[in-house]
Write a protein that binds this ligand. Sequence first.
Ligand code: HEC
Ligand code: CU
Length: 313
Amino acid sequence: MTYLKTYGPRADPVTGLTWGLMDLSLAVIVIVTGLVVVGVWMRRSRQPWPALASLPLGGSGGGTAWITIGVALTVLALAGALAWTVAVMAAVAAPATTALTIEVTGHQWWWEARYLGLTPDQTFSTANEIHIPVGRPVLLKLYGADVIHSFWIPALGGKTDTIPGRTNLTWLQADRPGVYRGQCTEYCGLQHAHMAAFVTADPPADFEAWRARQQQPAAPPPDTAAAGEPLVVAHCGACHTVRGTGAGGVVGPDLTHIAGRETLAAGTLPNTPNGLAGWIANPQALKPGARMPATDLSGPELGQVVAYLETLK
Ligand code: HEC
Ligand SMILES: [Cu+2]
């Protein structure tokens, strides 16, 4: 999570501006402090304090020229900063082309990412871990499901709020493969801090392979894990979708390819069999207030559910 080093044309101009304005501010502080110190020093050494107090105020000493110079320099510096800011805003306003459009919805407390395809069967939904092709501009349509959240992947671009009833647009481009961490940056309730987002920039061929896999419904489980599927449909299907099964809820993240994710519950815990079992048995212990209740599965049933979910690559 760094915004002082960035990796793409959506973020780089802003970083240059950030450093530039910071340097300018530092230069102002140094120059003004220096002048004040010099002024105090010269007056002190020349005259004792009572004489200073009785100095006449007036323009005849030639001191007003300094005010003119000071105002002129300030106006120049601020005008330069304004021009630079406007130029950067224009440069990052919108990409010339977009390779892909993703609808990102902020929920309490997770991110839904819906990839639009040319036909409905190419459209799919995933959560918290957003894959993009490296080196290509990606358009994000931002929605808010409940309260205002703010989507921020600092190394790739600035913040944009997700506001219920509004569609905000932003875009990202990563010039290097890698995983870029982000975070909700608009306080949105109890678990605001556990609302991370990850953007994974894949080489184009890897991205296409990932997307093709995500577009597929869940593969029928092997016999060893088959007992978990009806349990998931019965206990989880009202809130979660597993495409290709009877589970079709839209309250929580789409679980069709849950085993392909690195983390669970917006970066709250790693996606391991133990993490999964712990989460399903008692989400409230790991993320108090999360919109998922503890489930009333028996121990063996929990094992079957986890074994089934682990097959959903
Ligand atoms: C009342 C609705 C509801 C029910 C029932 C429910 N969940 Fe959830 N689930 C959620 C919500 C909401 C989240 C997102 C929580 C968060 O990250 O804050 C979630 C998150 C998850 C996640 C993490 C997904 C991710 O992408 O990080 C898993 C795995 C999961 N649920 C599995 C299950 C299983 C298995 C069941 C059934 C035994 C179940 N859930 C029942 C609402 C529900
Ligand atoms: Cu938040």
